[in-house]
Design a protein around this ligand. Structure first.
Ligand SMILES: *[C@@H]1O[C@H](CO)[C@@H](O)[C@H](O)[C@H]1NC(C)=O
Ligand SMILES: *[C@@H]1O[C@H](CO)[C@@H](O)[C@H](O)[C@H]1NC(C)=O
Ligand SMILES: *[C@@H]1O[C@H](CO)[C@@H](O)[C@H](O)[C@H]1NC(C)=O
Ligand SMILES: *[C@@H]1O[C@H](CO)[C@@H](O)[C@H](O)[C@H]1NC(C)=O
Ligand SMILES: *[C@@H]1O[C@H](CO)[C@@H](O)[C@H](O)[C@H]1NC(C)=O
Ligand SMILES: *[C@@H]1O[C@H](CO)[C@@H](O)[C@H](O)[C@H]1NC(C)=O
Ligand SMILES: *[C@@H]1O[C@H](CO)[C@@H](O)[C@H](O)[C@H]1NC(C)=O
Length: 726
């Protein structure tokens, strides 16, 4: 007799064959599917089949697909031809039940026992999947039997039946590989005689087969403690075979992030560690890092610094930078001069090349594609702040064709991926989007769109993605073009939120007409502003009482970084119009200053709003701590930087301030930048002669705290002063 199974069967093993002979009910089911390529969708199908222990035979692998582009037009006949050939050997297996399904866009949500039980309940020899839409020949609609409730039309993505009957259907095939399979089955089904003799019906109420086309609104995820299912809310059924037919592939991808056991509330991500690679056991792969600076971007020096301090051997990294902004040439020049030898190679394409964003991205990707030693292409936009130094390693270890780390706008729901697409291919919010962004659901997510930062395997660029242009397509943004191309190639794109990777900064409203423009970013990018400008030990004021009281009621605490001090001084010197310490002062109400300093007001450089915000965010909390019971309004009219130098004004005579309290931040270093200086409080005969750069004094302005600025004897001393709550 002929062997029941052909040797190319997946999971063909002697034990399985033995179990088969013992005739456990479930093992009479054989799944047949046609796949000519091992796409990502195919692997997902096999994973779900293996999870439920289906016996699957794959037909057509290594064959060239000649069945047409079934996504767009008719076709698929090759599937019937292959099935016909396979069924010849199985035709006389009367107890064998054949389940034939698509595989690229299909997952199992339940096991073989359940399918067999439901099939028995249907009480027919052959059962086809059903859907509400008729395809491909609408004229056949009238020939279908009426159904009182349920889906009326046949879909050939799923068929279950006794082997002899399936054989009698597919043996009728005598058409071409690119003829339509669904039309073929439909014609047999709508023929009343055949329908009766072959004892065929449709799964009208989605007991077994759920086609998603036209039915996305009918289904929901149903979370169990172990498995996740799809529930059809119209028929109250739990279909077993979930098919992303038509343009519902992205929705199937969403379901596949959970079903059958990928993620649930109890256990989180179940398959995140499948197929991972262990970098500690491996030579570090070569990575080409493509950096794209397409608009003026705040904190670019910090971006490059993070790149440099990434935990990855630099000799394995090549750098390609596309800079579209003349403004940033100085930053890149500086980084290049200091670090060009740190990397394996370093190539910059500047604004003079006048490349479009799409062209530049094509160029970066192609550099990796053409270089056989390039194992990965890591594309990063300059607005991505990777605060996790392990990011590149973690992405490589996850071992996907395309994967990005989740990055979000600080404190916002804005991120670098979309969980769903609208019909016209733009953003749509998926049910799980917010939970993923907020990391309430943690895992590796198959998504339809990602941007800003992602890793692509070099081998993918040299195989599935070997065309040289993926970024220029119609009028789409380059990233949308890339993602659409990947979707159409059936390449899954993933975003991982298994770790905190970093954030996306805002490039909106970045005014580059100042000298140190990042100082102005306190509103737009507060987290990056704080990291760049607020002293490392500032928070210790609150956690460890990290502050001093050198004179009664004079508090002294760290607030600014060296950079903040330097940039503020540079900004003032760049502006250059120091007041000269004269009594007449047009900048203030009344026009007369009794104790004038040589200064520039924050308002003069357009920094008053930002400065007041700084006071409210960073000074007010200190006030509350040291002057307990006093709630500052955080309001100040007089905010300025003072310059003391022996050549101009060296000191300030004793005075009160027109403030409830005053802050006075040292902006440079005694002994390095100047000599002398300091502050003396008369009532207490108390002087502070060694101010520390970046540290602020805070003291009451009137009555008790008559004070003077001690002479600066050499060099230039700068302080920033605010009279708060005047
Ligand atoms: C599949 O088979 C394995 C080994 O026999 C068994 O441990 C597992 O529980 C089965 N899976 C399901 C979903 O029945
Ligand atoms: C179809 O087959 C079932 C048994 O599988 C039988 O009970 C039923 O009567 C058949 N229906 C028709 C219309 O022949
Ligand atoms: C840059 O390219 C654009 C479009 O490709 C073109 O309109 C523009 O004139 C070019 N500019 C320069 C300076 O070459
Ligand atoms: C940018 O800053 C300059 C100088 O403060 C100011 O004159 C200009 O209006 C600002 N531009 C925008 C768009 O805010
Ligand atoms: C913060 O405090 C620690 C420990 O006192 C010190 O080592 C470090 O230098 C301080 N940081 C700065 C920026 O001064
Ligand atoms: C102020 O203190 C200095 C030393 O710190 C001392 O020499 C001086 O006599 C004091 N003056 C008064 C008025 O107490
Ligand atoms: C003043 O400072 C300069 C350098 O900043 C130094 O060379 C010089 O010796 C100093 N003069 C005095 C009198 O300390």
């Amino acid at each position: 007799s002929r062997p029941l199974y052909s040797p190319d069967m997946i999971s063909f093993t002697l034990p399985i064959l033995l179990k088969f002979c013992l005739l456990s009910f479930s093992e009479k089911l054989l799944v047949l599917t046609v796949a000519t390529e091992e796409t990502d969708g195919f692997h997902r199908f096999i994973r779900s089949a293996n999870y439920f222990n289906y016996t699957v035979k794959v037909l057509g692998m290594e064959e060239t697909w000649k069945g047409g582009d079934v996504g767009r037009s008719i076709g698929g006949g090759q599937k019937v031809r292959l099935l016909k050939e396979a069924m010849e050997a199985l035709a006389d297996q009367e107890d064998l039940i054949i389940l034939t399904v698509d595989s690229y866009d299909l997952i199992f949500a339940g096991g073989p026992e359940e399918i067999l039980r439901k099939f028995q309940q249907a009480n027919h020899k052959v059962l086809f999947a059903a859907e509400a839409l008729i395809w491909p020949d609408k004229r056949l609609a009238d020939k279908y039997p009426l159904v009182r409730s349920g889906k009326r039309y046949l879909n050939s993505g799923g068929i279950i039946g006794y082997a002899p009957y399936i054989n009698r259907i597919v043996s009728q095939w005598n058409l071409h590989d690119n003829d339509d399979d669904q039309l073929f089955y439909t014609k047999i089904y709508v023929d009343p005689l055949q329908r009766q003799t072959l004892n065929m019906t449709l799964d009208h109420k989605c007991q077994i087969f759920q086609n998603l086309n036209g039915a996305v609104d009918e289904v929901l995820l149903k979370f169990g403690t172990d498995r996740v299912r799809v529930r059809n809310t119209v028929y109250d059924s739990l279909p077993v075979v979930i098919h992303g037919n038509g343009n519902t592939k992205m929705y199937l991808n969403y379901l596949g992030n959970y079903v059958p056991n990928a993620w649930n509330y109890e256990h989180g991500c179940r398959d995140c560690d499948d197929d991972v690679v262990d970098l500690s056991q491996l030579k570090y792969p070569n990575v080409l890092v493509g950096v794209f600076i397409e608009q003026p971007t705040p904190f670019l020096p910090e971006f490059f610094q993070r790149l440099l301090t990434m935990d990855y051997p630099k000799d394995k990294l090549k750098l390609f930078v596309h800079n579209n902004e003349v403004y940033h040439e100085k930053h890149i020049q500086k980084f290049w001069e200091e670090n060009r030898n740190a990397f394996n190679s370093f190539k910059v394409v500047g604004p003079e090349e006048n490349l479009s964003q799409g062209e530049a991205r094509n160029m970066g990707m192609d550099l990796c594609r053409k270089d056989a030693t390039c194992n990965y292409y890591f594309s990063m936009d300059s607005d991505v702040m990777l605060t996790n130094r392990q990011t590149l390693k973690l992405l490589i270890e996850q071992n996907r064709k395309i994967i990005g780390p989740l990055v979000t706008r600080h404190g916002k729901l804005w991120s670098n991926f979309w969980g769903a697409l609208s019909l016209d291919g733009y953003y749509a919010r998926s049910e799980d989007y917010v939970d993923i962004v907020q990391r309430k659901r943690v895992g590796v997510w198959n998504i339809p769109y990602m941007a800003h930062v992602y890793l692509v395997k070099g081998s993918v660029l040299r195989n599935e993605m070997k065309e040289r242009n993926y970024f220029v397509l119609e009028k789409l943004d380059p990233d949308m073009a890339l993602c659409r191309n990947a979707r159409e190639l059936g390449i899954f794109m993933y975003i991982t939120n298994r770790h905190d990777f970093g954030r996306l900064i805002s490039t909106a409203n970045y005014n580059i007409s100042h000298y140190n423009n990042d100082l102005w970013q306190i509103f737009e990018n507060p987290a990056d502003w704080r990291e760049k400008y607020i002293h490392q030990n500032y928070t210790r004021i609150f956690t460890e009482n990290y502050l001093e009281e050198p004179c009664p009621d004079v508090y002294w605490f760290p607030v600014f970084t060296e950079k903040a001090c330097d940039e503020l001084v540079e900004e003032m010197e760049h502006y250059g119009s120091w007041s000269g310490g004269k009594h007449e002062d047009k900048r203030i109400a009344g026009g007369y200053e009794t104790v004038p300093t040589d200064d520039i007001h924050m308002k003069q450089i357009g920094f008053d709003k930002e400065w007041l915000h700084f006071i409210r965010e960073f000074i007010s909390p200190v006030t509350l701590k040291v002057f307990s019971g006093y709630y500052t309004k955080g309001y100040a009219i007089m905010n300025f930087v003072v310059k003391y130098t022996p050549e101009r004004q060296a000191y300030l005579r004793p005075h009160h301030d027109s403030s409830t309290f005053t802050i006075n931040i040292a902006l440079n270093n005694k002994d390095r930048d100047f000599q002398g200086g300091g502050c003396r409080f008369h009532r207490y005969n108390c002087s502070i002669e060694s101010p520390r750069k970046g540290w602020s004094f805070m003291h009451p302005g009137r009555l008790t705290h008559l004070h003077e600025g001690l002479p600066t004897t050499n060099g230039t001393r700068y302080i920033a002063v605010s009279f708060i709550d005047p």
